[in-house]
Design a protein around this ligand. Structure first.
Ligand code: ADP
Ligand code: MG
Length: 271
């Protein structure tokens, strides 16, 4: 089965979690699944900006990414973290390759339009295409591609892409059968309870009554996008759980399934 797995940046701060995820990815790849791993940034990106004395401006909560900030994003996301993930998977016995946008034009981007002005956030983009032929060559040769959340623009510049949206758009472009978000919480929470399923219709309500906020809003929007683009299965699972990824990949019950239909109608379907 072809699957896109997004690893939250926060999970990469913990070496034992990275190792556990790498083992699960290796196991799934050995079983013959075609995996595309997409990872986010985590604390190290902000910490590196701070160390280099680069301050950021935010517009409506979005970081304006000037050239200097973008360069740090490429260093940290496309460099250190990308190699950390690919290295851990390779060390777990499954060859993996770390990819940054520009490698074989693997991930293409266009500047984000904000307040009707394209590029007003600097080098922030959205994914517009993938080099599927290249990814398929890797899968055929038993190599797991690991993508940092960066895209190559038509101008030859590298753009920073929100990792949740990059995972959703990639799942669409590679025709993935499953999209799995590994995050730092056990799933979509209602108080302390993990919701077993959330339908696209319910997402708006959950946001309106403030049951869902912050990064989870973006993630659920990305899930909706993937579902409307035809990705059949979308799930949000706790990535720190030792079997979270295996469970999500094998249609287990952990975490939250995001569905097009209301949960009652979706219960048991496609599990
Ligand atoms: P990621 O790196 O996986 O994208 P984010 O920090 O962007 O993680 O989004 C996950 C965060 O969303 C959680 O850690 C939590 O703080 C926040 N959140 C807000 N509402 C909810 C909710 N209802 N259920 C789960 N997480 C929520
Ligand atoms: Mg997030």
């Amino acid at each position: 089965m072809r699957m896109v797995v997004k690893i939250a940046g926060a999970l990469l701060d913990d070496a034992s979690v990275v190792q556990s995820l790498a083992r699960q990815i290796a196991q799934l790849a050995h079983q013959g699944h075609e995996l595309l791993i997409v990872h986010g940034g985590g604390k190290i990106f902000t910490a590196t900006l701070k160390r280099m004395g680069i301050t950021s401006q935010f517009v409506n909560g979005l970081r304006v990414t000037d050239r200097e900030t973008r360069d740090v994003a490429v260093m940290v996301l496309g460099g250190l973290l990308n190699k950390r993930v690919a290295g851990a998977i390779s060390a777990a016995g499954q060859p993996a390759i770390g990819l940054c946008a520009s490698d074989a034009s693997c991930f293409l981007a266009e500047p984000m339009i904000h307040d009707e002005v394209p590029g007003s956030l600097g080098f922030v983009g959205y994914l517009t295409g993938v080099n599927l032929e290249f990814l398929e060559t890797l899968w055929k040769n038993g190599i797991v591609p690991v993508a940092s959340c960066l895209g190559l623009g038509a101008d030859g510049e590298i753009y920073n892409i929100n990792a949740d949206h990059m995972a959703a758009a990639s799942a669409e472009y590679v025709h993935a059968e499953r999209l799995i978000y590994l995050t730092d919480v056990a799933g979509v929470l209602d108080g302390k309870k993990v919701l077993k399923a959330v339908s696209c219709e319910e997402v708006e309500d959950l946001i309106r009554v403030h049951k869902v906020s912050g990064g989870m809003v973006l993630k659920l929007e990305a899930c909706k996008r993937a579902l409307s683009a035809g990705v059949p299965q979308v799930r949000i699972v706790g990535g720190a759980n030792e079997t979270g990824l295996l469970s999500a990949a094998n249609g287990g019950k952990m975490g939250t399934r995001v569905t097009t239909a209301f949960p009652a109608a979706a219960a048991g379907v496609g599990q």
